[in-house]
Design a binder for this molecule. Structure first.
Ligand SMILES: CC(C)(COP(=O)(O)OP(=O)(O)OC[C@H]1O[C@@H](n2cnc3c(N)ncnc32)[C@H](O)[C@@H]1OP(=O)(O)O)[C@@H](O)C(=O)NCCC(=O)NCCS
Length: 144
């Protein structure tokens, strides 16, 4: 397994992982927009020549790190890829920012566990954060 930067030709595989992972998946335009804005913040996890997951992160206008999304294909879960993608993202962000934040749906127990076990703490609940009305937790981790 290895992690490498995203390439344009990866997009169809990323979209398939996204659709298999979320009820309201990011579309092609969102990925292209975020990739243009944060060209160093889009990376994929590969098993040989197959993409099994991705991470998307960057630095916001206030100089804080933001994790937009980490996702692993359902067929490749529980094998450490999510944790590896998170470690990769935090290592890259630590070169540039002092803290990192993200929003996660309050019912997304797997992701919440992933983040809390790796030092994120709940800062607040963002009511009706998602378009379907679900709430999100704002999670924050101090990097230095
Ligand atoms: C969250 C997600 C990325 C985890 O990926 P994964 O490759 O299965 O995770 P790992 O195997 O690396 O496990 C890492 C940690 O996640 C947590 N975790 C993963 N699946 C879990 C589950 N079903 N229940 C509870 N905790 C879980 C655990 O804390 C685990 O650490 P541990 O093994 O030390 O207990 C994956 O479930 C996913 O893609 N979900 C859909 C997309 C999503 O919701 N992304 C987060 C958006 S904020």
């Amino acid at each position: 397994m290895f992690i490498r930067p995203f390439k344009e030709q990866d997009l169809s595989e990323i979209l398939a992982i996204e659709r298999a992972s979320f009820t309201h998946p990011y579309g092609e335009e969102v990925f292209n927009h975020l990739w243009n804005r944060h060209p160093e913040g889009f990376a994929v996890a590969c098993e040989e020549d197959k993409i099994v997951g991705y991470t998307l992160f960057g630095v916001d206008d206030d100089g804080d790190g933001v994790l937009y999304s980490i996702s692993v294909h359902p067929s490749a879960r529980h094998r450490g890829y999510g944790a590896m993608l998170l470690e990769y993202s935090l290592k890259q962000l630590a070169k540039k920012v002092k803290r990192v934040y993200l929003q996660v749906a309050v019912d997304n127990l797997a992701a919440i566990q992933l983040y809390l076990k790796r030092g994120f703490t709940k800062k607040k609940t963002c009511r009706e954060y998602y378009e379907d009305g679900r709430d999100a937790y704002l999670l924050v981790k101090q990097l230095r």
